[in-house]
Design a binder for this molecule. Structure first.
Ligand code: CP
Ligand code: NVA
Length: 304
């Protein structure tokens, strides 16, 4: 049994396997075919934070493939004093076939996985957002035709999304460059972790957004204030002022695509003209969350 808590829980070959199932299921879906891969199977969605894309794409993925998604929000008392995460996990995994969890703290998902008898998927934690990174690189490859040797620029906070993208890029042969104020760069333990996973990884960090985007095939950003960081809003908004993705920045990379995991704070990390402009693929990224999660679920549940 396998879990998917961080991108590196899959090898590059396994990521290719997930992409291949995803593409097959995407093609079928677009042709109106919905293979009943998961009849009677249930995916539990244990969420401690808000979500539109992740929640709905997982639930619809299960329904399209003949199973169902069961959303469990605050009223289950998950990760509170009501009961231990261990008991919650051991009991829930008696009822369902897979669990996707969005938690405030990454260690909560790790504990859930440790005690679960069914696969656990990280649906976002403060540390990583691996499902997002898989869908994003799937999107980019479908758009550009290849990934290996290309440069991926992330302009903004070195956060959960940036970390997962940096690992996914490293595993799939891309150069990753983060442009952020120094205090929001990746820390040494993360950089060492990536170096041990992918010895040829090219992860660079700069404070200069123009230098970052110049050779990039994709320019990506995310909110400056992630869920759980609300009390840092003022400090972060000040620090990131010169990191907005606007048309003045995009002049430096007219052939790259603009990407964002969404939700976006328009007028903060990105302007309307860029997110709605000709280079933007944000809606395709969101749509691909569902196709790639179908591939991931099929892979984890044994349809390889
Ligand atoms: N990108 C993403 O994970 O969106 P949600 O927070 O709406 O799920
Ligand atoms: N970094 C953001 C991503 C939301 C999809 C957050 O954690 O809130």
């Amino acid at each position: 049994m396998r879990n998917f808590l961080v991108v590196e829980d899959l090898t590059p070959q396994e990521i290719e396997g997930v992409f291949s199932i995803s593409q097959d299921l995407e093609t079928k879906y677009k042709d109106g075919v919905r293979d009943a891969l998961f009849p009677g199977r249930v995916l539990a969605l244990v969420f401690e934070k808000q979500s539109l894309r992740t929640r709905v794409s997982f639930q619809t993925a299960m329904v399209h493939l003949g199973g169902s998604g069961l959303f469990l929000g605050e009223d289950t008392g998950f990760a509170t004093t009501r009961e231990s995460i261990e008991d919650f996990s051991r009991v829930l995994s008696e009822y369902v076939d897979c669990i996707a969890c969005r938690s405030k703290s990454h260690s909560t998902i790790e504990q859930l996985a440790e005690h679960s008898s069914v696969p656990v998927i990280n649906a976002l934690s403060d540390f990583s957002h691996p499902c997002q990174a898989l869908a994003d690189l799937y999107t980019l490859r479908r758009h550009v035709g290849r990934l290996d040797g290309l440069t991926f620029a992330f302009v903004g906070d070195g956060n959960n999304v940036a970390r997962s993208l940096a690992v996914a890029c490293s595993l799939l042969g891309m150069r990753f460059i983060l442009a952020a104020p120094k205090q929001y760069h990746f820390d040494n333990s993360f950089k060492n972790r990536v170096a041990s996973l992918a010895p040829d990884a090219q992860i660079e960090q700069t404070e200069d957004p123009v230098a970052a985007v110049q050779d990039a095939v994709a320019v990506y950003t995310d909110v400056w204030v992630s869920m759980g960081q609300e009390e840092e809003r003022e400090k972060r908004e000040t620090a990131f002022q010169s990191y907005q993705i606007n048309s003045k920045l995009m002049v430096n990379c007219p052939n790259s695509v603009f990407m964002h995991c969404l939700p976006a704070h328009r007028g903060e990390e990105v302007t309307d003209e860029v997110i709605d402009g000709r280079q933007s693929v944000v809606v395709t990224q969101a749509a691909n969350r569902m196709h790639v999660q179908k591939g991931l679920l099929a892979w984890l549940l044994g349809h390889r």
